[in-house]
Design a protein around this ligand. Structure first.
Ligand code: MF3
Ligand code: CO
Length: 248
């Protein structure tokens, strides 16, 4: 069941989502060669607590940390550790925050220092795929118009979209209906309505779309160990079109 939010609820959802954007912005500023991923996680958690939010991922299905940090061929759900970032790495940060009844969720990928042209193109295409999807998030469109727009753009760039994970509705739960795949034909699924709030999150691989989960039961990597990028925004569908709630 898709839960429609009132204007008042969407206003309340702006808080956790703004906090997500602010914390991601602060963490991104600290990204440089030599910093460990656990330091980034600790920074995120202390900022969340200072802002009176609650880290939404910590404890979610047993996930141990506040931030998911996925490096290079890691697609999503990388667990922070003593591993240090290196020049040329690409790093995906995924963050969820709970505040006063509602959740916010966003992700982005950045480079550490100078990165290869291929990596730069993967990041640019994945970010652009997210915005192409967001443009389709308006009342009257079908849900899969978002999915189709993302997949066709990404494949046209010579990259692939991950099938194993999808975007989602969000509100009083981190994951609500509907699922928002990054692949599919246009014109399918529910008709989008004002009051729907969804997290759109293309995960894009430089090589094959298949992924594997490592021994830690969380870290998801590309099957061919090619690079992967991830961008996510939480978006409210309103009279004014798609309002991005996780923008600073
Ligand atoms: N970031 C994922 C999402 O966007 C959720 C991560 S859940 C966690 O839906 F368990 F890894 F924390
Ligand atoms: Co999400």
């Amino acid at each position: 069941m898709i839960i429609l939010k009132s204007r008042q609820e969407i206003e309340k959802m702006k808080i956790p989502n703004r906090l997500v954007a602010e914390v991601l912005g602060e963490v991104v500023k600290k990204i440089k060669a030599g910093i460990s991923t656990i330091e980034l996680d600790r920074l995120a958690e202390s900022l969340i607590v200072k802002k009176r939010g609650v880290p939404a991922f910590k404890g979610y299905r047993g996930y141990p940390n506040s931030l998911c940090i996925s490096i290079n061929e890691q697609v999503v759900h990388g667990i922070p550790s003593s591993r240090k970032l290196k020049e040329g790495d690409i790093v995906s940060l995924d963050l969820g925050i709970y505040y006063d009844g509602y959740y916010g969720d966003a992700a982005l990928t950045v480079g550490v220092g100078n990165i290869s042209q291929d990596a730069e193109r993967l990041l640019d295409s994945t970010r652009k795929a997210l915005y192409i999807g967001i443009e389709k998030a308006k009342a009257g469109n079908h849900l899969s118009d978002i999915s189709y727009a993302i997949q066709s753009y990404v494949e046209g760039e010579g990259f692939s979209v991950v099938r194993a994970f999808v975007g989602h509705g969000i509100g009083t739960s981190l994951h609500e209906d509907p699922q928002v795949p990054n692949f599919g034909e246009a014109g399918n699924g529910p008709v989008l309505k004002n009051g729907m709030v969804i997290a759109i999150e293309p995960m894009v691989n430089a090589g094959v779309s298949d992924v594997e989960v490592l021994e830690d039961d969380w870290t998801t990597v590309t099957a061919d160990r090619s690079l992967s990028a991830h961008f996510e925004h939480t978006v409210a569908i309103t009279d004014n079109g798609a309002e991005i709630l996780t923008k600073v």
